[in-house]
Design a protein around this ligand. Structure first.
Ligand code: TYM
Length: 346
């Protein structure tokens, strides 16, 4: 009898890791592209590890008090959205030092050429590349460490993180090849659903982002019902009614965006949304979208505000999560050190 062929992947148990930067309030983009899906993965019963990546946040300047506040607010958003800290591991990155340690080792695996091709770095650095932090350049290498410190196999993210995950795969493969080991899994990005790229409400060709100077461009998870409704009412659209097929939204990025948001919030496909609203004007569709958004987001905002009244409890949850995360990452990091040839005698 011949043994079944073992793919490198098959010896790793399914484990999900993902992170969000506490570099500002969370947006509807973060919620639909990431957080809502984090909850779905947890509820499917897969082992889930979620992280507020405060070390990534400081690659651009963060006011210390605001960083603390936003980290707690991020944790409150996770819990309010349905992450159960007993079932998922929820923590902030800087409390588990394996991330920084493995990040350094990966800085020595990743190549300058790979990093120079990262479009997010190029976008963030812009014309100012001489004056951005070294951390911003190394950002994707730390991200690879976040994932691989847990031997995570699946990473749910929005579309904008695709290139970073390809880099994490390249780092895992190069490490395995350089040291002639089959140690790191090659991660699978999970970029799924109707809202993998939520666009700005003011410009359908730009991503909805917490760093956009216009607050009108995004829905924040802290917005109240009136603010949400007003932003959707004023969202840029065109004069055409909704078509009856997705094909009809091809060159209408703003219309397509609102349909995608509706679909993701209602757990429908975009096809089903256009089928339901075929021929409707935005004067009809927008109030329905506003109503749906408020119905889905208001309970999360209310719960977040309640949780934020007890910051000590949030800190306790993050600390307990960090202990559990450390218990997984530390032995993996120790094996990495052994592979690399670093003495561990204490
Ligand atoms: P961040 O903090 O920018 O965003 C967190 C998550 O939200 C998704 N996202 C969106 N999805 C759809 N539409 C949008 N407009 C939108 N804006 C943001 C992002 O794709 C992401 O999934 N580098 C990461 C954080 C990170 C990480 C990791 C992620 C650090 N280490 C390890 C996964 C695994 C980032 O900046 O995400």
């Amino acid at each position: 009898m011949t043994e079944p062929v073992q793919t490198p992947q098959s010896r790793f148990k399914p484990r999900i890791f993902s992170g969000i930067q506490p570099s500002g309030g969370l947006t509807l983009g973060n919620y639909l592209g990431a957080l809502k899906r984090f909850v779905e993965k947890q509820d499917e019963g897969i082992e889930t590890i979620y992280c507020l990546v405060d070390m990534h946040a400081i690659t651009v300047w963060q006011d210390p008090e605001k960083l603390r506040q936003q980290t707690r607010e991020g944790a409150a958003a996770f819990i309010a959205a349905g992450i159960d800290p007993a079932r998922s591991i929820l923590f902030n990155q800087s409390q588990v030092t394996a991330h920084a340690e493995l990040g350094w080792i990966f800085n020595c695996i990743a190549r300058m050429g790979w990093m120079s091709r990262m479009t997010q770095f190029k976008d963030k650095a812009g014309k100012n590349s001489e004056n951005v932090s070294l951390g911003l350049f190394a950002y994707p290498s730390l991200m690879a460490a976040d994932i691989l410190a847990y031997h995570a196999t699946m990473v749910p993210v929005g579309d904008d993180q695709k290139q970073h995950l390809e880099l994490a795969r390249d780092i895992a493969i190069k490490f395995n090849n350089d040291y002639k080991v089959d140690f790191f899994p090659v991660v699978d990005p999970l970029i799924e659903g109707a809202a993998t790229r939520v666009m700005s409400l003011r410009d359908g060709t730009k991503k909805m982002s917490k760093s956009d100077p216009s607050d009108q461009s995004r829905i924040n998870l802290t917005d109240d019902a009136d603010a949400i409704s007003a932003k959707i009412r004023k969202a840029k659209t065109d004069a055409e009614p909704l078509p009856d097929t997705l094909e009809g939204l091809k060159d209408r990025p703003e219309a397509r965006n609102l349909v995608n948001i509706y679909a993701a919030l209602a757990d429908m496909t975009p096809q089903a949304v256009v089928a339901e609203y075929a021929g409707a004007q935005f004067g009809t569709f927008k109030p329905r979208l506003a109503e749906l958004s408020v119905a889905k987001l208001a309970p999360i905002t209310t719960e977040m505000n309640r949780l934020m009244k007890d910051p000590a409890e949030i800190d306790r949850i993050l600390g307990a999560g960090a202990d559990r995360a450390d218990a997984i990452a530390r032995p993996i990091l120790n094996q990495v050190k052994d592979i690399v040839g670093m003495i561990r005698s204490r």
